[in-house]
Structures are given as structure tokens and as C-alpha cells.
Ligand binder design. Structure first.
Ligand code: SAM
Length: 287
């Protein structure tokens, strides 16, 4: 019978943040696959876990997955851990999980810490709907593309960021998204834990002067309906009513539907649009 693959969350700082079940399972499995065996050694020795450990990281994720799958096929249970938090979440794990599932190997979760959830829970920023982007792409073109997408994202946006990129990221976020609320969640569960809520302009100014230290999760307010409406209204302000109407008629809308949409775009009533179009017609008739 094939073994099981356990996807095991480990602490994101405070070593006490590990479940009883995770500790027991880490003791019972035949092998632990760890992102960095030395780093995880501290956690494993703290809990008296003497299970053999092998490395499974970003750079050996394909070749090593084959080795691990062989062990699973032979009936060994394996637990996958990373340096902090939940595997797969901006961490290795996706490849082995996919391959194991494809072979019908049981993949089980040992849930626990995850920096994005920890940050969202203390941020005070809307938690009902959110999207997680992980680290923004390093490539400039891809990065711009993602930032452009985030500009209109109505859900709360959560990002991971390394301290040495924080200053430029905050400036880019402010330039692209405008002045919204942000929670800078730093060193969660550690001695210098902090969740500071401010506006993006304040954050960009603060870290323009102060050198950021530690690990950060950025929780950013999504684009509000008011902001979306103001942006649409501003966009149409420079366009004449006749052009605006023409735009929708060319899209196949009826005159009535077009006026309804125009009113929505400009933040006015349909009657306002109708009256203004009438006045324009009269003026054109007089001329
Ligand atoms: N798999 C992890 C998880 O479940 O959150 C994330 C791993 S990712 C490589 C590391 C990033 O997570 C850091 O750069 C930081 O953005 C965030 N992070 C991890 N631990 C953190 C902590 N204690 N406080 C704030 N952010 C943390």
C-alpha cells in the first residue's frame, strides 16, 4: 500500500505555534522533506523529533519529487515542511503535491500558521474577500502588469515583501493604486511583532526615511466602489456627451440603454443626460 504525503505547516516565528498533530505526525512518518534541513533542525530538536530529514527545495523540486514519490509508492509516509508557515504558499510543494495526487497517493494537510492569514486577521482591513499575490514578480514588465491588475481589484490585496524591496514596492504601490489604507504586518509572532495601519502615502514616506527590518506582509485595501465611480467619472469628463453616446451606440446598445450607462459612468441621473442631450440638440438647431 502506498504511503501518505502530509503537507505540514510549521511556525512563522514563535516555535510554539505548531499543532499537537503536526508534532506527532512528524515523529511518526518515515521521512521529513524540508526546504532547509539546517533551519528546520531547530524546530525538530525542540520537539524531540528524530525522524530522518531530506531536502526538498525550489532548485531540486522536480528531480527530488521523483525520489520522494518512489518512497511513497514503496509505502513510506512523508511529511513536507518549509522554513516557515504552510508549504506551497510562496514556498516549495506544488510540484510534489500535483505529482502525488496524479498517482492517486493520499495527500493530507496538517494545517497551521500562514503569514498571510495571520496578517489579515490582525490588520483591521476587510477580511471577507481578499486576493493573495505572494511576492510581486521581479521582472519589471510582469510586475507592472500585475500592479495594473491590482489597481482595479475590489478585494483586499495581500502581498509578501522582503525588507530590502519594501521601500521601492511601497512607492510603486502608492503611484499605481493611489492613497489607500495599508497594514504593514511585520515580524508576526516574534519579539518585534507589529501591525501598523496607515495610508500608502504615509507608508511610502515612512520607509523612505526608515530602514525596514524583518519580514513583512502587506495588507492593502481593495478599490472601493466610490473610488471606482470617481475614476470612471473622471475618465468620461473629458469626453463630450455626444461622443459618449456614440461610443455605446456603436457597442450595440439602444439609445435608452446607452443613456442609462452614461448616467452611471458620470455619476448623474438619466434625466440629467437626457436634458443635456436635448439642450445640445436645440443649440445645434439654432446654429
Ligand atoms: N509559506 C509561508 C507562509 O505560509 O506564510 C510563506 C513563505 S515566504 C517564502 C516568506 C514570506 O512570508 C516573507 O518574506 C514574509 O513576507 C512572509 N512572512 C513569513 N513569516 C513572517 C512573519 N513572521 N511576519 C511577517 N511576515 C512573514
Amino acid at each position: 500500500m502506498a504511503g501518505r504525503l502530509y503537507i505540514c505547516a510549521t511556525p512563522i516565528g514563535n516555535l510554539e505555534d505548531i499543532t499537537f498533530r503536526a508534532v506527532e505526525t512528524l515523529k511518526q512518518v518515515q521521512l521529513i522533506a524540508a526546504e532547509d534541513t539546517r533551519h528546520s533542525g531547530t524546530l525538530l530538536s525542540r520537539y524531540g523529533i528524530h525522524t530522518p530529514v531530506t531536502s526538498y527545495h525550489e532548485h531540486n523540486r522536480y528531480e527530488k519529487a521523483e525520489v520522494l514519490l518512489e518512497r511513497l509508492r514503496a509505502g513510506d509516509d512523508i511529511a513536507l515542511i518549509t522554513d516557515a508557515g504552510t508549504p506551497v504558499i510562496s514556498d516549495p510543494g506544488e510540484v510534489i503535491v500535483k505529482l502525488a495526487r496524479k498517482e492517486g497517493i493520499e495527500v493530507l494537510t496538517l494545517p497551521g500558521p500562514c503569514a498571510l492569514i495571520a496578517a489579515l486577521s490582525v490588520s483591521g482591513i476587510a477580511g471577507r474577500r481578499f486576493c493573495f499575490e505572494g511576492f510581486l514578480p521581479a521582472d519589471n514588465v510582469e510586475r507592472r502588469a500585475v500592479l495594473e491588475e491590482l489597481k482595479t481589484e475590489p478585494r483586499t490585496v495581500i502581498l509578501y515583501e522582503a525588507p530590502h524591496h519594501l521601500k521601492s514596492t511601497l512607492q510603486e504601490l502608492y503611484r499605481t493604486l493611489g492613497d489607500r489604507q495599508i497594514a504593514l504586518c511585520r515580524e508576526l509572532t516574534k519579539l518585534h511583532e507589529e501591525a501598523a495601519v496607515m495610508t500608502l502615502s504615509e507608508a511610502a514616506a515612512l520607509y523612505g526615511e526608515t530602514e525596514p527590518k524583518g519580514e513583512f506582509v502587506l495588507v492593502i485595501e481593495g478599490r472601493s466602489r466610490e473610488q471606482a465611480a470617481a475614476e470612471t467619472a473622471a475618465k468620461w469628463e473629458s469626453v463630450s456627451l455626444t461622443e459618449h453616446l456614440q461610443h455605446y451606440l456603436e457597442e450595440g446598445l439602444s439609445q435608452k440603454e446607452a443613456m442609462k450607462q452614461m448616467a452611471k459612468d458620470r455619476g448623474v441621473t438619466k434625466r440629467d443626460i437626457y436634458n443635456e442631450l436635448q439642450r445640445q440638440k436645440e443649440r445645434e438647431g439654432e446654429a
